[in-house]
Design a protein around this ligand. Structure first.
Ligand SMILES: [Zn+2]
Length: 273
């Protein structure tokens, strides 16, 4: 089923709000299209200056993720994403839910959503790891580096004064624990993943509403394929898939699903305006 026209859209939203309300459990998947748009940072003049300066040499590449973390933590949040997460909070209030998110922006951890009900298998900015994962140890984000980067941003330190943090064990690069490092330390999310799989076991034969937003084909085995399978096996489950182009749902769950061709962040924001 694909939405047609505005009236239909409101009708579907209403139906989904009711489905979530009536569900015993709600499973949410946020995909790669839900990731914060880092390009938005270039609207900040100082950020543009820094991008030009740090782009001059590979020795400065490490600064960018620290800046990203800093900017998101300063609370200058994008109204579109904040609105979408506020909608999600409203939809899930009082519900037994679990959220799997492919985003690394950590936006979700600054909302009222319960951390114990969230897993982010691609990592984020909350912990550091050795780029080579030499000893499978995660460490805290070094506060002195954050402070130096903030000073640099404020023009109080030159770029040459910044020191890249290093792994205390092998002297290699210390990086944020997220996909993209040379050897990703999965340890950062495994405990939460275990909690998620246990939660899933409890959905069998229950009225489950599955909301999948912006999940494409980058990592389909994490959310997209397993979600369809869960709905296929649970006759009381319903799947709502929102994606600009890949909104289609397989025939196997066709009757118990809806595919909505919309940009997922704005769509979710509009769910609870
Ligand atoms: Zn190391």
């Amino acid at each position: 089923m694909r939405r047609q026209g505005l009236e239909m859209e409101e009708h579907i939203m209403q139906e989904l709000r009711e489905r979530i309300r009536d569900a015993e459990l709600v499973l949410v998947g946020l995909g790669e299209d839900f990731e914060y748009d880092w390009n938005a940072l270039t609207s900040d003049g100082r950020y543009r200056e820094i991008a030009a300066e740090t782009g001059a040499g590979p020795e400065y590449v490490w600064i960018t993720p620290f800046l990203q973390k800093m900017v998101l933590q300063r609370g200058e949040r994008d109204a579109k994403w904040s609105g979408a997460y506020a909608s999600l909070e409203k939809l899930l209030a009082g519900k037994n839910y679990f959220i799997v998110s492919l985003c690394v922006d950590d936006y979700i951890y600054d909302t009222g959503l319960e951390q114990s009900r969230i897993v982010t298998p691609c990592g984020g900015f909350r912990q550091m790891q050795c780029d080579m994962n030499c000893s499978d140890v995660l460490s805290e984000v070094p506060s002195d580096t954050c402070l130096e980067v903030a000073k640099y941003y404020n023009g109080e330190l030159p770029v040459s004064a910044l020191r890249e943090p290093v792994c205390p064990l092998c002297g290699g690069k210390l990086r944020f624990n997220q996909l993209g490092v040379t050897r990703y330390a999965e340890k950062g999310y495994l405990a939460q993943w275990e909690r998620y799989t246990k939660w899933l076991q409890g959905t069998v034969n229950k009225r489950l509403c599955v909301l999948e937003l912006g999940v494409g084909m980058e990592y389909p085995t994490v959310i997209r394929f397993p979600f369809e399978k869960i709905v296929f096996y649970n006759q009381k489950a319903f799947l709502c898939r929102v994606h600009e182009t890949l909104y289609q749902v397989g025939d196997s769950v066709g009757e118990r699903s809806v595919g909505i061709a919309e940009e997922p962040v704005a769509w979710l924001r509009d769910m609870c305006l």
